[in-house]
Write a protein that binds this ligand. Structure first.
Ligand SMILES: CC(C)(COP(=O)(O)OP(=O)(O)OC[C@H]1O[C@@H](n2cnc3c(N)ncnc32)[C@H](O)[C@@H]1OP(=O)(O)O)[C@@H](O)C(=O)NCCC(=O)NCCS
Length: 208
């Protein structure tokens, strides 16, 4: 049987408050990263970027695995990243990861299994007009990320679908899912992320 296909993503705004200098935070390093990862950060020419690269892979891997494992608890240090291999070893198995980086942000895609087409993904700047919407500001990056995911879905021929966070008890929202006429499209995987001035989304189709 082919391995289950999973998809997750994570975005880090490298200009956000607290991003620069995080590699000096020893308590954070010890809590979040394995000793091999801590060594890698310490040896890096750009320790902050190396740290956020590892962090984004852990987060993207958690999102990918969480869809089919509702009881999975996210303990960052139990998700070990190997940047050379482009993989993350999780308590449940291994997934692949791929980064794309710019001066201001980095984006990580995590997946398992094979997709008939590579997942598509995009990063875009948070719309400043939208961000200026007073008390709703906290939720607006989320809305823009969903909107970006909808645009990616339209691009692959699914303009009529709906996006929702899966219900998880008690009263918890789980991973995002794609719905058509009120029913989850199990073959469509979606993930989104927002941080600081940026939002990102990815979609992948596992079956037609
Ligand atoms: C999932 C998680 C990694 C998200 O990371 P984040 O840095 O807060 O935020 P990001 O912007 O990168 O991602 C947020 C998006 O992730 C998605 N997301 C949330 N929970 C998710 C999950 N379990 N699986 C997959 N995707 C998830 C949502 O789409 C969310 O966007 P929205 O709130 O705008 O709808 C974080 O919420 C987390 O650590 N959860 C783990 C909690 C846990 O282990 N609980 C155990 C319960 S006992």
């Amino acid at each position: 049987m082919p391995p289950i296909t999973r998809l997750g993503n994570d975005l880090v705004d490298l200009t956000a408050p607290g991003a620069a200098g995080k590699a000096q935070d020893l308590r954070f390093l010890r809590r979040v990263f394995t000793s091999a990862e801590q060594d890698r950060i310490a040896r890096s020419q750009d320790p902050d970027r190396a740290l956020w690269r590892l962090w984004s892979a852990k987060e993207a891997a958690f999102k990918a695995w969480s869809r089919y494992l509702p009881a999975l608890v996210f303990a960052h240090s139990r998700f070990e990243v190997d940047p050379e291999k482009g993989s993350v070893k999780t308590p449940e198995g291994t997934c692949r990861v791929h980064w794309r980086e710019q001066e201001d942000w980095l984006h990580c895609l995590a997946w398992t299994g094979e997709f008939p087409e590579p997942p598509c993904w995009e990063v875009e700047r948070l719309d400043p007009g939208v961000a200026a919407h007073g008390s709703e500001a906290v939720r607006l990056p989320s809305l823009q990320a969903r909107d970006l995911a909808s645009r990616l879905l339209a691009r692959i021929g699914l303009p009529e679908v709906e996006l929702r966070r899966e219900d998880r008890s008690p009263g918890r929202a789980g991973p995002p899912v794609v719905l058509l006429d009120g029913r989850i499209l199990e073959g469509m995987l979606v993930s989104w992320s927002h941080d600081g001035d940026w939002v990102a989304a990815t979609v992948g189709q596992t079956s037609v």
